[in-house]
Design a protein around this ligand. Sequence first.
Ligand code: CIR
Length: 256
Amino acid sequence: HRFTKAIVRQPSKSITMGLRADDRGEPDADQFAQDHKTYISALERAGVSVSTYPPLEEFPDSVFVEDAALCFPEGAVILRPGAPSRTGEAEIMHQLLVSYFEDIERIEDDEGYVDGGDILVTEHAVLVGLSERTNQAGFDALKKKIAKWGYEAKAINTPEGVLHFKTDCGLIGPNAVLATYRLSDAECFSGMKIVEVPRGEETAANAICVNDTVLLSAGFPKTEELLRSEGYQITLIPTQQAALVDGGPSCMSLRF
Ligand code: CIR
């Protein structure tokens, strides 16, 4: 399957107030905006047409569009982000996705929580990490909704202390996953090629594969070297600012 489109939202100035598990300082909003442009160019070079939406100051984390929706060729599901400051992003995403999808499902207010960062779509299944942001009720609702398009959702336990399932893994090819040591033995990846992120570079795991290119965070030379030696075509993405608010290449776009 090839992606043809991507949706992104420019970072707001309020990104300085974005949620983070550990405070390692505020991101620099201007630098983040600059890095975001580089990210958009990388997506375009990977062959997708990118729709860029303007910043939403009232939602500091809204640059991380991935958490509010899950997109398939057949349709989209509007998710229900688990952080209270982010719940409102779902409605905004809904309004926007009606111009891309005819078939839209939505996790309703009484159906629990799911963050897109907890969902990894593989060839075999839609893997959903239960986490601080994604609960069993949300998973159950999502599972039902995507079954009609023929997708099977499987629940996974996100490792303790890890924000999202995809904080620790990312798809790097049709049947290949990049994963930290915390996940590399996970049963959910059986039948897939697993590339383990070298120790100390765990942040690099949040990579994405867009058509023939892997978008990888810059600054992780061992991971880069390993992937290149395995024959992957890589574009490096500056994510230092995003990382200060727990973001990476995956969170900043919806691809379909
Ligand atoms: C948050 O805590 O919600 C944001 N600061 C980071 C979201 C990262 N999203 C993702 O990994 N999909």
